[in-house]
Design a protein around this ligand. Sequence first.
Ligand SMILES: [Zn+2]
Length: 284
Amino acid sequence: MNYKNILLIILLMLITIQLTAIELISLQGNPIQGGIVICRTDDSIEKIFLDHTEIPIFENRAIFGFDRDEKLKHKITVVLENGSMFTSVFYISKRNYQIQRINGIEKKYIEQPQASATIQRITVESEKLKNRRSKLLKNNDIYFDKFCLPISGCRISGVFGSQRILNGIPNKPHNGLDIAAPKGTDIKAMTTGVVTLTGDYFYNGKFVLLDHGSGLSSIYIHMSTVNVEMGDYILAGDKIGEVGSTGRSTGNHLHWGVGWRSKRIDPELLLQNMDEVFLKILKK
Ligand SMILES: [Zn+2]
């Protein structure tokens, strides 16, 4: 066998191995910035890694997500019970985000707060939220089943990922979906989960953070009323509170955020086809 043929065989072997890793876990969902992917495994699979992070497997299912500005090239590694390992390169799609200008926000929410009590309050609240989010990682169960809109039939007033210019000053990108609705409109849980934090914070106003398991979480902010308590087990579509304009808000609306670990996920992508994807995975 000549040198060229040997190279060709090695190349073919590499291509075969690359195909196998992806095929082993049958990825389904939205492989795009801000998207979620769910995979179905079988009993022969012991571990899955996305780049260098081990992804927990629960009842032959695993989930992972991609941040707003996530890099496009990833590596998926699958380790079988017999010790063999397969690796695939995996690409996600790039998104283009809108620019959104919002004026009329009270100065205290835009400028750096001067009062030390306010600074301290913001620091404590952001630490609390961060700690709660990091605890989500310890829960590998998957509670979520079907996905639904927290408020239906109302206008979407802000999309995920848009670059925000608040009172003319560039601010952080918008990391959720805004739904404008009258004060007192019922807010429903996007899917099954456990209430992991509630409060009345400087920026968030009244809010609820839900843990859906396996790193997936959702947050509902600017509420007028919170109807749940920490530790409550909530089913998809259950009422958790009512629309308001508390915290940094210019009018009655719900800011609905979705996270996977520390990454921000686009809520609209979950609704587009995740129901179908998830039900398909359950049925297999
Ligand atoms: Zn918002």
